[in-house]
Design a protein around this ligand. Structure first.
Ligand code: ZN
Length: 621
């Protein structure tokens, strides 16, 4: 009897497109409305570091302290630390996998093999109060046993020292050119995130999946050759020691003439500086607060432009031979203003873009970007890396699991920023169309993977983590929610989770909370499946005083329908049908109380949907 009941139950299982998504329940940490809950907590990690760049051996040596606060309700008897440089260790997983390079649009390639370089980090000391702790390294992760368990609301200070050889090409996200230019990222032992959803986040760094990091304050002293320029996360704390009077005067001019690009180091000065030997070293000190990471770049012979927008210093550092970097400062400033308006004010005192070998990589308040030939590409990469200052530098999502929440949200915002910068040009009018072209080329049934797949398991990461989420949010805004309400909700998500760790459910609930829409059906098909869309107009009939449009949904994805109706008398109109039209199944008859003679009907006339068969989208008398 019980078995029969179970069979009956199975036979009536809800397979509706509109059934609820199985989401984790709300907690006191993450509320049902999508806000951080009343007992929201996250760990804190502050770093005080001193590092020396040895350009003779290309080794980075560091030491310092990590102040770690356990704000979780649990007692910790061990902590996990990220040793990202072990991506390059001789025995690393990535090396064994011999991963194929990641390919992006415009010929941009990230090669995780590090092109044969063998390195890895050596942790020379991990101690508390002078007593070394027991550690065990698992690839890019290290478990540290605490001598005494760390109870809730208590802190611990780790005393650390480490060194590693700097790779010439650090997996596409860091590296150097000989011994004259360095871009440093993932260069110190970083605390793994301990959160309320996964506990310790110990997924290894393999290449494709980026970072998940705690927020905190940094005080970093960097000792480099005296002739080097250094730019880093945060703000320079000892400018009177480091800056020449001329540099200080030129920087001051940037502040007194906002909007004007001031050459702090001119081309001539940069070229002269590249060859002039300066003996000895200098120590640059940077401080940053409320950031999740710290990166820096150092080298000789760099040009340096500066301008100011709304009190924020916009800096570009580039090699004299880089083209067309003269315009980059203005591009960056434009994008800074655009994103501040769209997503919330940029919260830090400065942003720096560094031109170099890295194809494009983001860190708090500092971004790496190459020199690109096409103006559109140059703006895109600069602006994209800047957009990361909101996702994930402010909304600190888990990039190793959910790249669609940072790369994807950012790419969506990037299309707006590109359309704004190139407004009035054919590029601006057409750039977003590339998403539909990418859909046709990449979203192949049987090989496409759902957006929720972890990046290290994704074959077409550019599509899955960047382009498809951008297409998804474009459709959500333009065809489901409407621009004004969508923008308000999206911005509110960024505000609610600023400085915090957002999970997918927090985004879903915020969007529903602000728009009043149940969107489970939308997230299911776009994020958790590879459902396809095929809307069709089957036939049109007129009876008595009514016109009947016979519409069908021939694939798995549901979306509202937009109809363009042209009449025999030469008039036309556009009508939007709500997604609830598919409540009763995949066929829908739309009755219009009018016998006005129709000449043609077109579904999705603006061509914003990735409809897999457009041939059945129109009807002609
Ligand atoms: Zn990105």
């Amino acid at each position: 009897m019980l078995a029969l009941l179970l069979v009956l139950q199975q036979s009536i299982a809800d397979s509706s497109s509109f059934r609820a998504l199985a989401l984790p329940p709300a907690t006191s940490t993450r509320s049902a409305s999508g806000t951080p809950g009343p007992r929201y907590w996250q760990q804190r990690a502050d770093y005080t570091l001193q590092a020396t760049l040895d350009t003779g051996t290309n080794v980075l040596r560091g030491q310092g302290r990590i102040y770690y606060v356990n704000r979780s309700p649990e007692t910790l008897d061990h902590v996990w630390v990220q040793l990202d440089q072990n991506l390059f260790a001789p025995n690393s997983i990535s090396r064994a996998l011999n991963l194929p390079p990641l390919r992006f649009a415009g010929g941009v390639v990230f090669d995780f093999t590090s092109k044969g370089f063998a390195g890895g980090i050596t942790v020379d000391r991990f101690a508390v109060a002078g007593r070394p702790l027991t550690t065990k390294v698992f690839g890019t992760m290290m478990r540290v046993e605490l001598a005494r368990p760390l109870a809730p609301n208590l802190s611990i200070t780790f005393d650390i020292a480490w060194h590693f050889p700097i790779p010439p090409y650090g997996g596409g996200r860091m590296g150097r050119v000989g011994s004259r230019f360095y871009e440093l990222g993932q260069w110190y032992p970083r605390m793994a995130v301990y959160d309320d959803v996964h506990g310790w986040n110990t997924l290894p760094f393999l290449g494709a999946g980026e970072f998940y990091l705690e927020f905190g304050d940094f005080d970093v002293s960097l000792t480099v050759p005296a002739g080097f320029q250094v730019t880093a996360t945060g703000a320079l704390a000892n400018p009177t020691v480091i800056r020449t009077p001329q540099e200080r005067a030129r920087l001051a001019r940037a502040f007194t003439s906002p909007g004007q690009v001031v050459q702090v180091v001119t081309r001539q000065e940069a070229v002269a500086g590249a060859t002039r030997p300066v003996p000895g070293t200098r120590t640059w000190r940077f401080t940053a607060s409320g950031v999740r990471d710290f990166a820096w770049a150092a080298g000789s012979g760099l040009r340096w432009d500066a301008s100011v927008w709304d009190g924020i210093l916009v800096q570009t550092f580039y090699h004299p031979e880089a083209t067309p970097w003269e315009e980059s400062n203005m591009m960056l400033r434009f994008a800074l203003r655009h994103f501040s308006g769209a997503l919330g004010q940029y919260p830090w005192p400065q942003i720096s873009a560094v031109e170099g070998l890295i194809e494009g990589m983001e860190y708090p308040t500092v971004i790496y970007c190459p020199s690109l030939r096409k103006r559109e590409d140059q703006y895109w990469v600069l602006m994209h890396e800047l957009g990361h200052q909101w996702f994930p530098m402010q909304v600190g999502s888990d990039e190793r699991r959910y790249p669609w929440m940072d790369e994807g949200f950012n790419t969506f915002a990037d299309y707006d920023a590109a359309e704004a910068f190139f407004k009035g040009t054919p590029y601006a009018d057409s750039v977003r169309r590339e998403l539909l072209a990418a859909y046709a080329a990449t979203a192949i049934p049987g090989s496409e993977q759902p957006m929720i797949t972890k990046p290290d398991e994704v074959r077409e990461l550019y599509w899955t983590a960047y382009q498809k989420p951008a297409l998804m949010l474009t459709i959500l805004r333009e065809a489901v929610i409407g621009r004004e309400e969508f923008d308000r909700a999206f911005r509110e998500y960024a505000r609610r989770w600023k400085g915090k760790h957002a999970q997918p459910v927090d985004f879903f609930r915020t969007m529903s909370d602000l728009t009043g829409r149940d969107l489970d059906w939308f997230w299911r098909s776009w994020i958790y499946t590879t459902a396809r869309l095929d809307q069709a107009v089957d036939s049109v009939r007129t009876r008595d005083d009514s016109t009947f449009l016979y519409l069908s949904n021939r694939a798995q994805m549901v979306l509202p329908v937009t109809l363009e109706l042209r009449y025999a008398d030469g008039t036309s109109e556009t009508r939007s049908l709500p997604v609830e039209m598919w409540n009763l199944g995949s066929r829908f008859t739309y009755r219009m109380p009018s016998a006005k003679r129709l000449a043609s009907v077109v579904i999705d006339p603006r061509v914003i949907y990735p409809d897999v068969n457009r041939e059945n989208n129109s009807w002609r008398r």
